[in-house]
Design a protein around this ligand. Sequence first.
Ligand code: XIL
Length: 450
Amino acid sequence: MTMPLRCLARTVGAGLVAVAALTTAGHTAEAEAADTLGSAAAGQGRYFGAAVAANHLGEADYAATLDREFTSATPENEMKWDATEPSRGTFTFAAADRVVAHARSRGMDVRGHTLVWHSQLPSWVGTLGAADLRTAMNGHINGLMGHYKGEIHSWDVVNEAFQDGGSGARRSSPFQDRLGDGFIEEAFRTARAADPAAKLCYNDYNTDGVNAKSNAVYAMVKDFRSRGVPIDCVGFQSHFNSASPVPADYRQNLQRFADLGVDVQITELDIEGSGSAQAASYTKVVDACLAVDRCTGITVWGVTDKYSWRSGGTPLLFDGDYRKKPAYDAVLTALGGSGDPGGPGDPGDPAASCTAAYTRTADWSSGYNGQVTITAGDAPISSWTATVTLPSPQSVSSLWNGTPTWTGTVMTVRPSWNGTLAAGASTSFGFTVAKNGSGAAPTVGGCTAS
Ligand code: XIL
């Protein structure tokens, strides 16, 4: 029952009120926890996107994971200048078209990435003089935005125009070096005219916390807002690792930009690492976005670790086999979703089950110690019962980590403190047996679980 919720959330622009109003089979959709990133984010009025590479769309698991989990797509490289205008005035849209068609036919929004950037720039751009470069920049913006007019939710109009480090200066590029600071403003004005319905974003990295670089971007956005230069959003790439962790003032930084009257978006999120530490960092990012009203969505920079641009750092939510990582569960939970939409006892859940395995852990002339290991099956369990039949005339002199009851020679053991097991998890109980002349092995019966 998650599909109607998801579809409605997209149709109405992901409004929380509208989602909550949907009723299915007598209970509200709100009461039914969302079980994908996209549906959970929609419940919070946000999109959840991924960077998408056209050449992986033919891989069934890639496309299935993308289609199931994500409500927005950013072409990872296909809209960049070198891909779309490799020689002046000759536009090549085939690869980007494939991403846009795939996404749009499945109801996803598309982020356009990116129009004016110093990197992945064909060499001809760098050879132009100022007047020619201005014409070429505007021609490039018009060429892309015209081709995709009405199809793109948000465009990264200018990407990475500021230097790293403490100076807050603009980065050297053909645009900066020949046209000066004004190239950014000009790009935004051209973009607004080219597709008035698209949100126009400035996008950068190492601007996620409050620092000299983000201060410089902030000053620019503030100036644009005060002078009516058309800007609607600021993208925070958010590429994190141990050397560049999620900043403590991330939310505060997003909020100060939002307070300028622009939307903020997390545009290229990836966090190197694994396990619970990686999951905790992802939770911080989601929590920060949800705490800022104008943080309208999150995009992770890829679907699976194996195709990440930083694949060695396994920075994404799905591993190379498209299995959900702990970071996935953390993001889903932070978005208010749940991997178990029906709750315990849902017909779709695997049934509670367990197995019992016996070993003799010690043996001496008059006795021995036995141990039974209880392992939960595919579902978590809250209790278990195992039976052990002792050969006559043996008797049990002590038992630990379990609670025994007796019927003749049959000992039924239930948990003492250790009834609750996660799916696949184990516990064990042990007992000491007086042989009374017989060293034969006990028989361990089946395990039942609830
Ligand atoms: C990266 C892509 O993921 C790589 O496949 C490509 O080789 C280089 O660019 N900032 C950006 C993105 O704005 O466009 C970059 O994407 C990552 C850093």
